[in-house]
Design a protein around this ligand. Structure first.
Ligand SMILES: [Zn+2]
Ligand SMILES: [Zn+2]
Length: 285
């Protein structure tokens, strides 16, 4: 069983990287990818745990991008790009990820200022919800809102106050999706479009954008994901076949931060082989 999309406390998951590996082992997975948002800081701890537990580790990240070429904050459709087995020190990709993380944190501070006008929440409250060194994002603002007692859980926080369009929402920098695909390839990574058809959580890109990304070097589509209906999965499977793209399935596990169970969707072994053959790094075994 292979699950190619999980998050740890290095981004917005609630398990430390070694605990993600332990959860993978406990669920009977053979292989798991750690794909924190815009960071690879969880890789060393996950690697040590993978070797100790005998679970194979695909080192990865989930890169924030925007579908519009201007990549203006607040415009374009949000695109999440899974990057597998890239060189973590490649200068261009590293610069993009660093810029995205820095701007994400500035934006989180700005959102807290706006939220503080209506909710009992401060930047210190948000920091209290995170591990030191974590890039602060909207999930952490959600946790602080839950702790304040004004919303029930992360889902309610996102549905009511943290989504685009509310008076508290502030956009953040992200690279254009085509540029992000090229940057991942330049760093020796294998780019897979995460949950491309998750239309319940926001706008999605048209098929023509996926075609454009395929021409830019996209390797695959994450088809089996809990945010996709059976119809959407069928559609994306057909699109992947037409464009010669790999098909992956994964859980998008966040620990107790979301209801996703590790290993709830999986990827076929031959697809993992194809990903490893294209990547600059080897799977840790
Ligand atoms: Zn995502
Ligand atoms: Zn994710």
């Amino acid at each position: 069983m292979i699950d190619l999309h999980t998050h740890s406390t290095a981004s917005d998951g609630t398990d430390a990287p070694d605990q993600v590996m332990e959860a993978a082992a406990a669920a009977g997975l053979s292989t798991v990818a750690l794909t924190d948002h815009d960071t690879t800081s969880g890789w060393p701890a996950a690697t040590a745990a993978a070797l100790r537990l005998g679970v194979a580790l695909v080192r990865g990240a989930e890169i924030s991008a925007l579908s519009s070429d201007t990549a203006t904050p607040g415009r374009g459709v949000s695109v999440h790009l899974l990057s597998y087995l890239h060189d973590p020190d490649h200068p261009a990709l590293l610069a993009e990820l660093t810029r995205t993380r820095a701007d994400r944190e500035t934006r989180a501070q700005r959102m807290v200022e706006l939220l503080a006008e209506d909710f009992p929440i401060t930047w210190e409250d948000v920091l209290a919800q995170t591990e030191p060194g974590t890039t602060i994002g909207r999930p952490h603002l959600a946790d602080a809102l839950v702790a304040s007692g004004r919303v029930r859980d992360r889902d309610e926080a996102f549905a009511t106050v943290l989504r685009p369009g509310t008076r508290y929402y502030v956009g953040h920098y992200a690279p254009a999706a085509v540029a992000a695909v090229r940057a991942v390839r330049a760093a020796g990574g294998v780019p897979v479009f995460a949950h491309p058809g998750a239309d319940a959580r926001g706008r999605i890109v048209p098929d023509s954008t996926i075609e454009e990304l395929a021409q830019a070097g996209l390797a695959g589509l994450e088809v089996d994901h809990r945010d996709h209906t059976p119809e959407m999965r069928r559609h994306l499977r057909g699109l992947a076949e037409a464009l010669g793209l790999l098909v992956t399935g994964s859980s998008d596990y966040h620990g107790t931060g979301k209801t996703n169970r590790i290993g709830e969707n999986t990827t076929a072994p031959d697809v993992l082989e194809a990903i490893e053959a294209q990547g600059a790094l080897e799977v840790v075994r």
